[in-house]
Design a protein around this ligand. Structure first.
Ligand code: DC
Length: 224
């Protein structure tokens, strides 16, 4: 049997993980697994049930036997299903981001999603991205990358993205938001965002998208 290759990419919000990981996975013929989408789906389920996502006990109670969260690949794209319904679009709203961030701090939620992530990696050559992939989910990954950029570089990219979509935004607000999210992600008690000891640090502050993709592909190819 051929060895399965697992690549873990972690890093803060706005570092371009998903775009870069998706492009690298396509080039290498691996599947790309966006684990943030799982937390987002748990968040959307809680919102739909009218649960206060900051109430951990209520969030835990939302993980019922009836809850069914599935990740499927359709035409090569990851899609999320909540009790049979495709919620891939709904999980991208600002409310869903906020809910995902809250539910991801609940240990039972992390435990609930752990096996799903593990099993996907066991049977597929994959690039999995998130916050705790190299540290908790796939500590034995063949390649671990911590992808980051300065808060200013990430805020600038996010700001341009928003204004290109015609969404009114102020750079200062986007930057403040980025700094706050970094703080929350890296200071929560369970599975905080941190670089695994054996992860390679990739800083894309001074790189454009194509240069970032090339850097990641080179890092992976150099290790497998
Ligand atoms: O990567 P993202 O922005 O879609 O993630 C949504 C939220 O889920 C974010 O607040 C961080 C959290 N998350 C996490 O705690 N662990 C992961 N492996 C992936 C995401």
């Amino acid at each position: 049997m051929k060895k399965i290759i697992n690549v873990a990419i972690d890093g803060p919000a706005g570092a371009g993980k998903s775009t870069i990981a998706k492009a690298a996975a396509a080039k290498l013929g691996f599947i790309y697994i966006d684990t943030g989408a799982l937390y987002r789906t748990v968040g959307v389920n809680a919102l739909r049930k009218g649960i206060d996502v900051k109430n951990s006990a209520a969030v835990v109670a939302s993980l019922t036997d009836e809850l069914k969260i599935e990740l499927k690949f359709i035409d090569g794209e990851q899609r999320m299903f909540l009790c049979g319904e495709d919620v891939s679009k709904e999980i991208r709203t600002p409310d869903a981001s906020m809910a995902a961030s809250a539910v991801s701090a609940v240990p039972e939620v992390r435990k609930y999603l752990f096996d799903l992530q593990k099993n996907l990696a066991k049977s597929n050559n994959c690039i999995m991205d998130g916050r705790d992939i190299g540290t908790v989910v796939l500590p034995d990954a063949d390649v671990k990358i911590f992808l980051t950029a300065t808060p200013e570089a990430r805020a600038k990219r996010r700001y341009l993205e928003l204004t290109e979509k015609g969404i009114d935004a102020k750079y200062e607000d986007v930057l403040a938001d980025m700094i706050e999210r970094d703080y929350n992600d890296s200071h929560r008690e369970i599975a905080p965002l941190k670089q695994a000891e054996d992860a390679v640090l990739a800083d894309t502050s001074e790189l454009d998208l194509q240069q970032s993709i090339d850097l990641i592909i080179n890092l992976i190819e150099g290790k497998i």
